[in-house]
Design a binder for this molecule. Structure first.
Ligand code: CAA
Length: 400
């Protein structure tokens, strides 16, 4: 397996590193207290970060999945809040590219490309359906109403969603709702819902432990009428659309976690070389050296898993069929990368905080922020338990 990066991938890595160190690093601590500002989001959008995965023919940067991962690592090294904001927007953009109609791309993708919508959001989770995503209750009732879409046909969406990343920043939302009278995953369809439709209500902003600069809200859809043209793919395809999106999203979460782990290791190494105790830098003590050796090794292992999943996603992207489903599945590899990278990153952050001693517990050093920001990576876009479930199911299915 060739682990070397292409010239273009190295350029993307360098370009995002430079932009984030210069433009976002000075704001990273502010994002522990305040939401990311519209001015910052506009800058990110203008540079193309929100639509990195979108092909150039649709106005995006046309990055492959490895480049996307490299950029997300650089972003998350500097600011985890911006990392998740950018990652989720690219996930929605990717759905529109792969699964949307020309008209949906023209309307919604161009809003992201032009910056009219600074971000986009994914509405899957509900109060009583988290890991069991197929149990969602939000309904989409077929309606016919003059003036609604091309043939006056549409849907009326009613229900509540939670953990909507980017909620306050987005002009539109991809909403999974039950439109067919079938239980479980089969009745679910995916809809694009504009923020300015009557009945779209933005709710409470969650008061989170970390990633405090990113927006995570509750939303309700109170009889929101949308035209049939806003349905993505066929009715009943919504759960699979969500799962396919999360296959890619999970590589992005792994990349966010890896970026934070790399930043934590750098902070630990810097501190260990500067801090003296018992007459010498603490980096001279084996207890510290072993933590650093373990961190560097597990970072390299996570990097390899992410590279493998991202290169499979690249191959899959070239092989997709007309429904947007790829012929090659990278579900297993994406879940492995997410499981390992996020759990590894939590361990690395914890060990690097330990190296900082009491100082690590204060806001004088960024390691405290890394520990808070990294924690959610093993929860969102599928908990570690769900990743293990997916991995075990794939392995047992293959070997039985
Ligand atoms: N790609 C394509 N199709 C898939 C798929 C995938 N990765 N995974 C499942 N499917 C298909 C199955 O083949 C099946 O198809 P058929 O009906 O034709 O047989 C169908 O979808 C239903 O699949 P399952 O029977 O496997 O469904 P399940 O109810 O057992 O659920 C699960 C499986 C893996 C547990 C899934 O519910 C899951 O991933 N849960 C976690 C949800 C999650 O990640 N939520 C995070 C939300 S986003 C977020 O965190 C906020 C944010 O914005 C960051």
């Amino acid at each position: 397996m060739d682990f070397s990066l292409s010239k273009e991938q190295l350029e993307i890595q360098e370009w995002s590193r430079k932009f984030f160190e210069e433009t976002i690093a000075p704001l990273a601590n502010t994002h522990s207290r305040e939401k990311i500002s519209t001015t910052t989001l506009e800058k990110l959008s203008r540079e193309g970060f929100m639509t990195m995965i979108v092909p150039e023919k649709f106005g995006g940067l046309g990055l492959d999945s490895i480049s996307l991962s490299l950029a997300l690592q650089e972003i998350s090294k500097v600011c985890g809040s911006v990392g998740v904001t950018v990652a989720v927007t690219n996930m929605i953009a990717d759905i529109l590219v792969r699964e949307g109609t020309d008209a949906q791309r023209e309307k919604f993708l161009s809003e992201l490309v032009s910056g009219k919508s600074l971000t986009a959001s994914f509405c899957l989770t509900e109060n009583s359906s988290g890991s069991d995503a197929g149990a969602l209750k939000t309904s989409a009732k077929k309606i016919s109403e003059k003036g609604l879409g091309e043939n006056s046909e549409g849907f009326e969406i009613s229900g509540e969603k939670i953990y909507v990343t980017n909620g306050v920043f987005s002009n539109f939302f991809l909403v999974m709702a039950r439109s067919l009278d079938l239980s479980g995953t089969k009745g679910v369809s995916a809809f694009l819902v504009e923020r300015d439709r009557a009945g779209v209500v933005l709710g409470k902003e969650e008061d989170k432990m970390g990633l405090t600069g990113s927006s995570t809200i509750r939303m309700s859809f109170d009889g929101v009428k949308i035209p049939k043209e806003n349905l993505v793919q066929a009715e009943g395809e919504g759960f699979k659309i969500a799962m396919r999106a999360l296959d890619g999203g999970r590589i992005s979460v792994a990349s966010q976690a890896l970026g934070i782990a790399k930043a934590a290791l750098k902070a630990g190494v810097t501190y260990a070389k500067e801090r003296e105790q018992f007459g010498k830098p603490i980096a001279d003590f084996q207890a510290i050296q072993w933590k650093i050796a373990d961190a560097a090794t597990s970072i390299a292992a996570a990097e390899a898993l992410i590279m493998r999943a991202a290169s499979m996603k690249n191959v899959a992207a070239a092989q997709k069929n007309t429904t947007g489903a790829s012929v090659l599945s990278f579900t297993l590899e994406a879940s492995m990368a997410k499981l390992y990278a996020t759990e590894m990153a939590m361990r690395v952050c914890e060990d690097m905080l330990q190296i900082h001693g009491g100082y690590g517990y204060t806001k004088d050093y960024p390691i405290e922020r890394y520990c808070r920001d990294v924690r959610v990576t093993s929860l969102y876009e599928g908990t570690s338990e769900i990743q293990r479930h997916v991995i075990a199911r794939e392995i047992l299915g293959k070997t039985l």
